[in-house]
Write a protein of this length. Structure first.
Lengths: 316, 465
């Protein structure tokens, strides 16, 4: 009996930390075969490239931990980025940011309501809102790219705090903050618990629907924050912005070991997932491998990561 | 095969049929070395397992479930419904089963579902049937029926490995008894050559086990004012107007057949389901429960019947399960103090003697009895005034049962009103100060402590006619 317990505990920790192990191995390996890889400029470049998907994936992690799914965040990024640019014609950029964050939270609230209260399967509910929100983007932009010129606002996407790009600062702070919330607050605990067994949590006297919806609100909020960084980085937004971002965010989350069926996961490991995907892309670019090939390999990575999780559970 | 919870019975079965991979050892079946990669393969070789949990497909009909995987086909490759039906009639007649063949499995009661599974095992030409606590959810009549079928199978040269906690059953039907303890075989004996006490000793080891003593006469109502009063509770079709009062410091037993509405009644009182009619009063004040949270706030707790589905988050650690209803107590300025959680969890591990590798153990890997203790612990932390236990000893071994009875006794002595819901009349009689009998969603009798099991059975059976 005891042996069995220990064995299971081991599997558990390999699964938990395996991704970190692979990540470090990969970095060591790459720094040997690719000369430019470990340069300060390249590292910062990778981090900055990771910031938008990274911030978005924090929200995705919460949603998936709660046994939900959110494919609307790519569209939501486009809407919030477009509004962030467009609204600056009427108000100060800081006010625009505030408003845009509220829009993100509101769409998340709608997603959560549809999933938790109306009981539409989350992937279908967010398929609906994804389509609606993308429509709103076209309506808002009229189908044309929007531009903005605001040096202060641009700092969010292009500035530096000392030697570190500001988007990276945001990413690191957000990861730390949300990891803390996940592990050390009631919301985080209940999110995991209800992802594991919602009925048991309800019968424990917890307002499960409230917390379930809240995971989606975090998803929307983080998508909006990613939208703001996006807008501030490019200072222009086309109606097609953010397409497929939701898939990258989901991929990073599951590569980071968050259980697809909910109940367990970690924001930090999601960040590792984002970095892993970006590093691979980065190296392929350095090696001059064609983007088409990169897609194939990215897909294979997603399948291996999730396959490892699901198959090890199955063998249990 | 007998053994306490955690003795390794279920694991052994799963290893045997290839559901789990074994670390070492060999399996011989029909004098041949057997190597099963999956239960399906074992099944094709003539080993069939009837598990504790139901494994029917809810959306399929009785007959579709029974013939799943062994359908007859017409020459055109279509399913030969006619032939299947004839085969079904033949076998169910032979064995004296009466099941609605075209009903969907999800509409059947638990006991009926179990019968379908047994029939499914029988219809496949199986040489060796493993039954893992098959009677856990069967009524007395159905158990008798099962035993008749087992002896018939025996006379047809089919071997049966019968796993159970209930020694009475073993002595009725088994030729040989194998006792497991701590993952090892203790002994295999001929049933004729041993008695009950000898087997119990083998199961529990040398240590003397604390037998449960009847409740002390000093126990009972601590107050003349009922802590809980329900008036004409209704939720069709299972609960049809139930009224009773429950007092602090008493164990109120509620018993009845499967499907009599016990679980539904428990859930109604706890606010888990919507009330169809009637009223709940706590301390003589009418209350309305919109969710379990409202009930918890009034001091009412429920340990549900289905541990895995309703009581525990299996993938989470022990301490996270125990602090689930009371997490607010462990939060300081919005931050959870894990140290406090660990302390509290350790208290319960000690107090209820939960066998675990530590506070961080994932609940999934605990045995049934220990899981039940976790489910109880999490409610004790809320300091409930009314604790409803729905079938708290289902699927757990004798020893853990006694421990649960003792916990119930202690709680009542400390002034908690314990509502002990169980279809095992023998245990209800043992632990309760007062007993209500539920039949078809109505109370059909009330008894004081000291009533005999037979008397209650008579009421149950009468009312059900």
């Amino acid at each position: 009996m005891n042996k069995k317990i220990n064995f299971n505990a081991q599997v558990y920790s390999i699964k938990k930390n395996g991704i970190l192990f692979i990540f470090i191995l990969l970095c060591v390996f790459l720094s040997i075969i690719t000369p430019g890889f470990l340069s300060w400029a390249n590292i910062l470049n990778i981090l900055r490239q990771s910031s938008i998907i990274g911030v978005m994936a924090i929200g995705t992690t919460f949603v998936i931990i709660g046994a939900g799914f959110d494919i609307s965040v790519g569209s939501l990024l486009a809407l919030t980025a477009a509004m962030c640019v467009g609204l600056q014609n009427y108000m100060h950029w800081s006010l625009a940011i505030l408003l845009v964050l509220m829009v993100g939270a509101l769409v998340g609230l709608l997603n959560g309501f549809l999933a938790a209260k109306i009981h539409i399967p989350a992937i279908i509910a967010t398929l609906g809102t994804m389509t609606i929100v993308r429509g709103l983007v076209y309506l808002y932009t009229g189908g044309y790219p929007l531009y903005v010129e605001a040096p202060d606002f641009a700092f969010i996407g292009n500035g530096y705090l000392g030697p570190i790009p500001f988007p990276v600062v945001i990413l690191v702070i957000m990861v730390a903050l949300w990891q803390f919330i996940l592990v050390r607050t009631r919301f985080g605990r209940y999110a995991c618990a209800l992802g594991g067994n919602k009925e048991a949590v309800r019968l424990s006297g917890v307002k499960v629907d409230y917390y379930h919806i809240l995971t989606f609100v975090v998803g929307g909020l983080m998508a909006a924050m990613a939208g703001i960084i996006y807008a501030a980085r490019l200072l222009s937004v086309t109606p097609l912005a953010g397409q497929g971002y939701e898939l990258d965010a989901i991929a990073a989350t599951v590569i980071g070991g968050t259980s697809v069926s909910g109940g367990e996961g970690s924001v930090v490991r999601t960040l590792v997932g984002v970095l892993l995907l970006n590093i691979i892309a980065n190296v392929f670019n350095l090696l001059g491998i064609h983007i088409y090939v990169q897609y194939v390999i990215k897909g294979a990575i997603i399948l291996s990561a999730v396959g490892f999780d699901t198959y090890s559970k199955f063998r249990e | 095969m007998v053994g306490e919870n955690g003795a390794g019975k279920s694991t052994l079965i799963k290893v045997l049929v290839g559901a789990y991979k074994r670390n070492s050892g060999e399996i011989y079946f029909n004098h041949q070395k057997a190597e099963f990669d999956s239960p399906a393969q074992a099944f094709q070789n003539g080993i069939n397992v009837i598990y504790q949990e139901n494994s029917l497909i809810p959306q399929l009909t009785v007959i579709q479930n029974i013939f799943l995987g062994t359908e007859y086909f017409t020459p055109f490759g279509l399913i030969d419904e006619k032939k299947i039906y004839q085969e079904y009639l033949y076998i169910s007649k032979k064995l004296g089963f009466e099941l609605p063949p075209h009903e969907e499995a999800r509409n059947l009661g638990v006991a009926e579902q179990k019968l379908v599974e047994i029939l499914k095992a029988l219809i496949h030409k199986t040489k060796f049937i493993i039954m893992d606590e098959p009677t856990a959810s069967l009524s007395k009549n159905e158990i008798e029926h099962l035993f008749r079928i087992i002896s018939e199978l025996k006379s047809n040269h089919i071997s049966i490995l019968y796993i159970t906690h209930i020694l009475g059953e073993v002595f009725r039907i088994a030729d040989r008894i194998t006792v497991l303890r701590d993952g090892k075989k203790i002994k295999t004996v001929f049933t004729k050559e041993v008695n009950r006490d000898e087997v119990i000793t083998m199961m529990v080891g040398e240590s003397l086990k604390n037998a449960y003593t009847s409740p002390p006469t000093t126990r009972g109502k601590k107050s003349q004012q009922p802590i809980l009063k329900v008036e004409n509770l209704q939720r069709k079709p299972r609960v049809n107007g139930v009224s009773f009062e429950a007092y602090p410091g008493e164990v109120l037993g509620i018993t009845g057949l499967m499907g009599a509405g016990k679980t539904e009644l428990s859930r109604l009182i706890f606010g888990a389901d919507k009330l169809g009619g009637g009223q709940i009063l706590v301390n003589d004040k009418p209350v309305r429960f919109h969710s379990p949270l409202d009930a918890v706030n009034q001091g009412i707790s429920l340990v549900p019947e289905d541990r895995k589905k309703d009581a525990l988050v299996l993938m989470l650690e022990l301490y996270k399960n125990i602090t689930l209803p009371t997490l607010a107590q462990f939060v300081n300025k919005g931050v959870i103090s894990s140290g406090k959680e660990f302390d509290t969890t350790r208290q319960y591990i000690k107090k209820l003697d939960i066998k675990t590798s530590g506070v961080n153990q994932v609940v999934k890997y605990l045995s049934g009895g220990n899981q039940q203790k976790v489910a109880i612990s999490k409610w004790l932390q809320t300091e409930p005034k009314v604790l409803i236990l729905d079938e708290p000893t289902r699927g757990i071994d004798v020893n853990a049962k006694v421990e649960i009875y003792n916990i119930v006794g202690k709680l009542a002595e400390s002034g908690v009103c314990v509502i002990f819901v169980s279809s095992e009349v023998s245990e209800v009689v043992k632990v309760s100060d007062r007993i209500l009998v539920l039949s078809r969603g109505k109370i059909s009798g009330e008894f004081k402590q000291g009533v005999s099991q037979e008397e209650i059975m008579r009421i149950i059976l009468q009312a059900d006619k």
